[in-house]
Design a protein around this ligand. Structure first.
Ligand code: ADP
Length: 499
């Protein structure tokens, strides 16, 4: 019998990727293609939805060619995607009525301020688990309906569809047969009630969004239908949908309550599985649906740190301390400690748990003896301090401290950073051998739905950690350092308000 495969489509903010997995969860082939980022005005970020689709379908065909397999050897495909990014298209022609408004886009920030002034923050948080912010889809949909001629009337007549990128890709892959999304994506729209697991009438009314344009919410793992588009010569079951961070949580096998993962990329994304009941945060974290599978819904708490690995890029490109990010490790390791230097990388404000858009980068404790090595070390430690702050906020929300954390993303190659994270947070840091957790998660959702794999336990036995970092430092010393870090953070807060 010929081997079979699962295809994961990983549609990210800067590129579309396709990854082919075999039954041992090994990557057989991978293809990636970047696409244009459009910045029509300060604070606006758009993608062309047709380019999202053309790059995604290109890599999908390319990965099959690269692997030298036949389409009929693919048992199912799963989709994972950049979240919150908003697309509205014509139901009859499949043509977008406007560009995709990307999650980073701030054009609706003022409108969010007016909602805040109307005292709606808590009501929205209670229902959606989200902080009232322009990131999420609701205010972006409203902007399209208010600014594209005729859009609102057409939406009310049921002629337009809204979708996050998962919906858009499914629509295109099935020639407009399926208009669906899963709860992990729906819970980032600010229109979805995470308690009732349904679109919420009160929120639809508040944001003035016609229900007729919303996708049907389906499980994260189930056979929804089959491909029906010229790019795929024969029907392949579409069987998994999830937002990228949730897919990464699943791909990291954080399936039991209180298991956690952190992605160390440009930013850091910390997610904690909180089990079968939503827990609304009292510490500025987001509550969100992790996934829905086998009739069971799993929830998560999430915290995002804006500047993670990108502080290392700044040392490289802005300060020219070294020529490649990997060189940060030997440079930092050339000194025993930071010599009392603390660097708060609030280059674009601070995310969870501070949420201060006016915070700015700060370096404190500089003396005549400070060298580039101390600064590099302080920058790496700052990544860990920020993650540690979120982990503590999660512990405060749940009353539970996890003993381990799984990690992925580009910066986990840095052993010094990983060891410091283990020392500081006092948890085992587990670095898996398959670092493509997001794509793996999408493949797992699809593979479980079609019986390619039979259980998450079966998958867990296939995946071995590459390395585990265990805490070695004196906890009292780490507490002392953490206090100094908090003092440094305090000095960075609201800085831009002074300008
Ligand atoms: P993204 O998916 O957000 O684009 P990646 O997961 O590819 O990011 O991670 C890239 C980030 O990781 C960059 O910001 C880079 O500076 C950082 N990085 C990569 N390698 C290292 C390293 N060895 N040490 C520290 N940071 C690193």
């Amino acid at each position: 019998m010929k081997p079979k495969y699962i295809l994961a489509l990983d549609q990210g903010t800067t590129s579309s990727r396709a990854v082919l997995f075999n039954s041992r969860c090994e990557i057989v082939a991978m293809s990636q293609r970047p696409f244009n980022q459009q910045f029509p005005q300060p604070g606006w970020v758009e993608h062309n939805p047709l380019e999202i689709w053309s790059t995604q379908s290109f890599v999908m065909e390319n990965v099959v060619n690269k692997a030298g397999i036949e389409w009929n050897e693919i048992e199912a495909l799963g989709i994972t995607n950049q979240r919150e990014t908003t697309i509205v298209w014509d139901r009859a022609t499949s043509e977008p009525v406007y560009n995709a408004i990307v999650w980073q886009d701030r054009r609706t920030a003022d409108y969010c301020d007016t909602l805040r002034e109307r005292g709606l923050t808590e009501r929205i948080r209670e229902k959606t688990g989200l902080i009232l912010d322009a990131y999420f889809s609701a205010t972006k949909i409203r902007w399209i309906l208010d600014n594209v001629p005729d859009a609102r009337a057409r939406a009310e007549r049921g002629e337009l569809c809204f979708g996050t990128v998962d919906s858009w890709l499914t629509w295109r892959l099935t020639g407009g047969r399926l208009h669906i999304t899963d709860p992990s994506n729906a819970s980032r729209t600010m229109l979805f009630n995470i308690h009732t697991l349904a679109w919420d009438d009160e929120l639809l009314e508040l944001f003035d969004i016609p229900r007729a344009m919303l996708p049907k919410v389906v499980a994260s793992s189930a056979v929804y239908g089959a491909t029906d588009c010229p790019q795929v010569p024969q029907p392949i079951p579409i069987a998994g949908l999830a937002g990228d961070q949730q897919a990464a949580l699943f791909g990291q096998q954080c399936i039991a309550p209180f298991s956690a993962k952190t992605t160390y990329g440009t930013g850091c994304f910390i997610m904690l599985n909180t089990g079968e009941k939503p827990r609304i945060s009292s510490n500025n974290l987001l509550a969100t649906v992790a996934w829905q599978i086998g009739g069971k819904t799993t929830y998560a708490l999430e915290g995002s740190v804006f500047v993670g690995g990108s502080v290392i890029q700044w040392l490289r490109d802005g300060l020219k301390l070294f020529s490649s990010s990997a060189d940060s490790e030997p440079l930092a390791a050339s000194v025993e400690d930071t010599g009392g230097v603390y660097l708060v990388p609030a280059l674009t404000g601070l995310g969870a748990p501070y949420w201060d858009p006016y915070a700015r980068g700060t370096i404190v404790g500089i003396t005549r003896g400070t060298t580039s090595a101390h600064i590099a070390r302080a920058a790496l430690e700052a990544i860990a301090f920020q993650v540690d702050d979120v982990v503590h906020a999660m512990a405060a929300d749940t009353g539970h401290t996890s003993a381990e954390m799984r990690v992925d993303g580009g910066a986990v190659a840095n052993n010094l950073l990983m060891q410091f994270q283990a020392d500081l947070t006092g948890v085992r840091i587990i670095r898996p051998s398959v670092l493509e957790s997001t794509a793996l998660g999408a493949a797992m959702f699809a593979g479980l739905a079609v019986g390619f794999w039979h259980s998450t336990d079966e998958i867990c036995t296939l995946l071995k950690p590459e390395r585990t970092f265990t805490p070695k430092a004196d906890p009292a010393e780490m507490d002392r350092r953490r206090n100094l870090w908090h003092e440094a953070v305090r000095r960075s807060l609201r800085w831009a308000e002074q300008e």
